[in-house]
Design a protein around this ligand. Structure first.
Ligand SMILES: [Zn+2]
Length: 117
């Protein structure tokens, strides 16, 4: 059953008002036409996306050689030494360049890098 807001493409999901949740929870009924417009747009976008997906040719399943190559590449990436504190260094660099970090972020990177708080 359709939402009772004019032109709304959604089914209602709030029994008391017979509105979709977007219209039901809008703070002002004057916002309804805009909400309807956005809902229609989203629906159209997802229909377009679905059409595109369906019209794309399916990729053939990779050959045995291709699968072996992909797996070898993944194994190499997994066994490479990793910088476990990369995230902390990146946060520190952001902090030094003037980015605003939360106190929690600042404390976390300093602790990880063994710097005084
Ligand atoms: Zn609605």
């Amino acid at each position: 059953m359709r939402c009772s807001a004019e032109g709304c493409p959604m089914d209602w999901d709030i029994e008391s008002s017979r509105l979709c949740s977007k219209h039901h929870w809008a703070s002002d009924t004057r916002d309804w036409p805009e909400i309807t417009r956005v809902l229609k747009e989203k629906l159209a976008d997802s229909a377009i996306a679905r059409d595109r997906r369906e019209s794309e040719p399916k990729k053939p399943y990779p050959s045995f050689e291709e699968r072996k190559r992909i797996l070898a590449k993944a194994m190499t990436a997994l066994s490479a030494p990793r910088d476990m504190k990369g995230w902390a260094k990146r946060l520190k660099a952001r902090h030094k360049s003037g980015d605003r970090l939360t106190p929690f972020q600042t404390e976390a990177y300093k602790k990880a890098l063994g710097e005084p708080l």
